[in-house]
Ligand binder design. Structure first.
Ligand code: C5J
Length: 225
């Protein structure tokens, strides 16, 4: 067992049954002209999550532990995008519209790809999801069952939307979930802080949070990484 100094208390996991899930580190959420910016958000906040997420990816790769990436995206005909999602809000460009990185949030378009710094390597699993949660309308549950995963380490964007939704879905399915604090970001710093608080409130009602340094220390002590 590896034990990480975490909140609300230490997080223990067995290295044979852990996986990293990196949520939606896509150009459309992080770079100018994408879905995030078209909704009126300040995308500069996203930059902070890139370095820590890359470090976490490197830790998992060095340890030989499974890495899963998700991408929020839709089919070109928008058959998997409910009007309620496409029509929500008052964006300058809607899902499926032509933007500077191709059609907004459409599978296969440049903007829907994972940013270069966090791109999936050969052998890593990439899950395309039409919703906020990683389990909705995806093979994620089967994938984790095949891997024998019991503990999930989470990273990615945005903290209170797709990361929190996926963490809640995973928690309901019986996974022990640890969110790495520096490896997630929101367009709204107050929402990130509130999400971290609500995850670990009530004795870890959704799971645990830990600093990247605490995770690194715990892994280094046991794995010589
Ligand atoms: C959003 C996400 N914020 N990946 N998606 O619409 O959090």
């Amino acid at each position: 067992m590896i034990t990480v100094e975490a909140q609300p208390f230490a997080f223990g996991f067995d290295p044979v049954s852990v996986a990293l899930i990196v949520i939606d580190m896509q150009r459309d959420f992080i770079e100018p002209g994408g879905f995030g910016e078209t909704l009126g958000n300040d995308i500069s906040h996203m930059q902070r999550a890139i370095g820590p997420t890359k470090t976490l990816l490197e830790l998992f790769r060095a340890a030989g532990w499974p890495v899963i990436h998700t991408r929020e995206n839709h089919a070109a005909d928008l058959g998997d995008c409910p009007p309620a999602k496409r029509e929500r809000g008052n964006p300058s460009l809607r899902i499926g519209d032509d933007g500077p990185m191709g059609r907004i949030l459409i599978r296969g378009e440049p903007g829907a790809e994972i940013i270069a710094e966090c791109a999936a390597r050969e052998g890593e699993i990439v899950i395309d999801k039409p919703g906020k949660g990683g389990f909705y309308a995806t093979p994620l549950a089967d994938t984790l069952s095949q891997l024998g995963t019991k503990s999930l380490v989470l990273a990615g964007v945005t903290t209170e939307v797709c990361v929190q939704t996926t963490m809640r879905e995973a928690n309901d399915r019986g996974f022990e979930c640890l969110l790495i604090e520096e490896a997630t970001e929101s367009y709204f710093p107050a929402f990130k802080a509130a999400t971290l608080d609500m995850i670990r409130a009530q004795g870890g009602i959704v799971g645990w949070t830990a600093s990247l340094d605490a995770f690194h220390r715990a892994v280094r002590n046991t794995q010589q990484i």
